[in-house]
Design a protein around this ligand. Structure first.
Ligand SMILES: [Zn+2]
Length: 681
């Protein structure tokens, strides 16, 4: 018996990583989906037990016996083989056919995140890692990056603090999580509605009106849910009714949420202070591409400055249309008028016949065209595969390298609505790519779930152009999740900088607006004719209508999020919202409302959108800069596509993300291409 084992005689031997619960998610090398609800919970529990055993084992190794394999790699493997169990299984809550399986899977989501975070709070594991790091090992770049990422995870969770501070930190943490949970409970349970007459629904279509619930006396109920709210705000002629609905909408979450938000911001500041950061953003930003407060502030302020004239011109045009239409003076835009008049303006001057265009986009044709365009660009092929799925509607493709034939990923498409299925469009990975202990790579498995209109009445499934754009967006996520080449899951998937995460997807949206691409992906479902030039031109012309005002609103929310989290002491979040909204977006906050009570992004338990609302703009600026090279050097330029794959889609976070974008561009990125895409030169 060697010394290591003797030293930990009281411990159970480690479980072979990936052979236990993780391994049971596969049959013949493929993910399985034939679970019972009991099996789902039991698998997670087993995975959690295996994780504990493996962490206990690695923590007990004597300091002088530590090496990369038994400490860093063992931690990475223990963690990865745990995390992909709840991650994979909890996804079934979005689309499995069996409601009981969906429920069991949904229960795993929070459980998995809790367990994952509990790893970063294990002092003994941090100590083990630190012991090894203190030997100053000579490591290759990827291994060194892995070690650094792991140390960072522990240190950012307060593990490097003194015992007293660590206790204080943990207490603040629990308090903060409770506040955030309560905020979301309030938001989810919040109910209010507007009761309107048939006249007040004037402007809305029959389909919309017919699906509204009715009161006993025959009036109509408009709820605050998006499918009710958005069409009402953009189409209901009654300004009075729109104003009432907007007021209710901007009070969602209730007053208690205002306090919970302010408490949370204060707790975040205190936690950051314990970790030695003056301001909360100083804690958040170093692990993002933005890196620091000053860079981010300058980024947002500059975009505000550049976009404001265009947004103001849009708003003036809407006000003019309002005056012409109503015969009344209109000099200030309001929150309840903006969606309505921007929609009327678009309808009047940029009419796009969505129903006609749709006839040219049979779903199958769009998908095969998309595969052709991006297959050539990225040097990959898509081959239909007969793998197990969770529903007969689901189609599976294997993405392979064109040159080597190497399998890159399994790609599942679940495109049509079903009872109990997720109601938006999104992409997830069941498992990422990483190296298994035998040296083989785990094949990533990625899914797009959407809710396109299925075939029926002799008409095939057809896509609106906005759905085509969504599909391209999601496909960008698929390629990013598929193509990572790191040995370690910690350096891939959604572990990349949070302000980079939408760049890969927003980039591909650009191709959905190019006439040459629109020709390739269209074929009228009756005649087979490609989308005609005049429809293409009406579509392309309408692209930027109203975008500047919408972008300025997003910019305002980004700056609000940043300011709120930067203040040195507790601020009145309503007053700050009101002042910044007026100053930046030019539109006053509606009196008596507190929209930050439903600003769920900055109060998320799972996603780091606090000091993170800006990430959409940041990613978009990068995406547009990258696309500018394709505009200049060819949309279908395969050589450039190979570079794109190499520097943007495969590195994950093995290298610094800023560095990789610079490598692709040959210079640092900037917002010029983005502004140009809005028509600002
Ligand atoms: Zn996305």
């Amino acid at each position: 018996m060697n010394k290591i084992i003797m030293g930990v005689a009281a411990l159970t031997l480690p479980c072979a990583a990936f052979a236990g619960a993780y391994g049971d998610m596969f049959k013949n090398g493929h993910l399985r989906f034939d679970y019972t609800p009991q099996e789902i919970s039991a698998l997670e529990q087993r995975a959690a037990e295996e994780l504990d055993i493996n962490l206990n084992f690695l923590a007990a190794i004597p300091a002088d016996k530590r090496d990369f394999t038994n400490t860093v790699r063992a931690l990475e493997d223990a963690y990865t083989s745990y995390w992909f169990v709840p991650k994979n299984l909890s996804l079934l809550s979005y689309f499995h056919q069996n409601a009981d399986v969906r429920e069991a899977a949904a229960n795993l989501e929070a459980k998995g995140v809790d367990k994952k975070l509990s790893v970063f709070a294990r002092k003994d594991v941090y100590k083990a890692l630190k012991e090894y790091a203190d030997t100053k090992p000579q490591l290759n770049h990827e291994d060194a990056r892995l070690l650094a990422k792991w140390l960072e995870r522990f240190e950012r969770a307060g593990m490097a603090l003194s015992e007293k501070d660590a206790k204080a930190y943990a207490k603040l943490n629990t308090e903060r999580l409770n506040k955030i949970t309560q905020y979301n409970v309030n938001l989810n349970n919040y109910k209010d509605e507007l009761v309107v007459t048939r006249e007040e629904l004037d402007g809305l279509g029959e389909t919309y009106i017919n699906r509204l619930e009715r009161t006993k006396d025959g009036k109509y109920i408009v709820t605050l849910k998006y499918p009710d709210y958005n069409p009402f705000m953009s189409s209901a002629k009654s300004e009075k009714a729109r104003k009432s609905l907007q007021e209710k909408f901007a009070r969602r979450g209730g007053k208690e949420n205002v306090k919970l938000l302010e408490d949370t911001v204060e707790l975040r500041r205190k936690q950051a202070a314990l970790l030695g950061f003056k301001r909360y953003p100083d804690y958040v930003l170093p692990v993002r591409m933005a890196k620091n407060y000053e860079t981010l502030e300058a980024f947002l302020k500059n975009l505000q400055k550049e976009v404001t004239p265009l947004a103001q011109a849009d708003i003036q045009a809407y006000l003019k249309l309002k005056e012409e239409t109503t015969g009344q003076k209109a000099d200030e835009m309001t929150a309840w008028d903006l969606p309505y008049w921007s929609n009327q303006y678009k309808k009047k001057y940029y009419q796009v016949d969505d129903d006609k265009i749709k006839e040219y986009f049979p779903t199958d044709k769009v998908i095969s065209g998309m595969f052709e365009v991006f297959g050539n660009l990225f040097g990959v092929t898509f081959i239909k595969a007969d793998l197990p799925t969770w529903h007969p509607d689901v189609i599976v493709y294997q993405i392979k390298d064109k040159k080597t034939g190497e399998l890159i990923s399994n790609f599942y498409l679940d495109l049509f609505p079903r009872d109990g299925k997720y109601t938006h469009a999104a992409t997830w990975s069941f498992v990422d790519r990483f190296e298994l202990p035998d040296g083989q790579m785990q094949t990533p498995s990625v899914v797009i779930a959407a809710n396109f209109t299925p075939a029926g009445n002799g008409v095939p499934s057809l896509l609106e152009h906005s759905e085509v754009e969504t599909l391209f967006h999601e496909f960008g996520h698929v390629l990013q999740m598929s193509m990572a080449t790191s040995k370690y899951a910690t350096l891939t998937g959604d572990n990349v900088a949070w302000d980079y995460i939408e760049a890969h997807s927003q980039l591909l949206e650009n191709w959905a607006w190019q006439p040459q691409v629109l020709k390739k992906i269209s074929a009228h479902y009756k005649t087979g004719e490609a989308l005609p030039d005049e429809l293409i031109s009406s579509l392309v012309k309408s692209k930027n209508v109203g975008v500047a005002a919408a972008f300025l609103r997003q910019n305002f929310l980004g700056q609000y999020d940043l300011a709120l989290h930067t203040a040195a002491k507790r601020v009145d979040s309503t007053q700050l919202y009101s002042q910044m909204m007026k100053d930046i977006s030019g539109i006053p906050m509606t009196k008596g409302t507190y929209p930050q009570a439903s600003f769920g992004h900055i109060m998320s338990l799972t996603d780091p959108y606090d000091v993170g609302y800006y990430v959409y703009a940041w990613s978009l600026v990068i995406a547009q800069d990258i696309f500018s090279r394709f505009e200049a050097e060819g949309l279908f330029n395969a050589e450039l596509g190979a570079k794109l794959r190499k520097y943007i889609y495969t590195p994950g976070t093995v290298y610094d993300e800023n560095e990789m974008v610079e490598k692709f561009l040959g210079r640092p990125y900037n917002d010029k291409a983005f502004l140009k895409s809005l028509g600002i030169n």
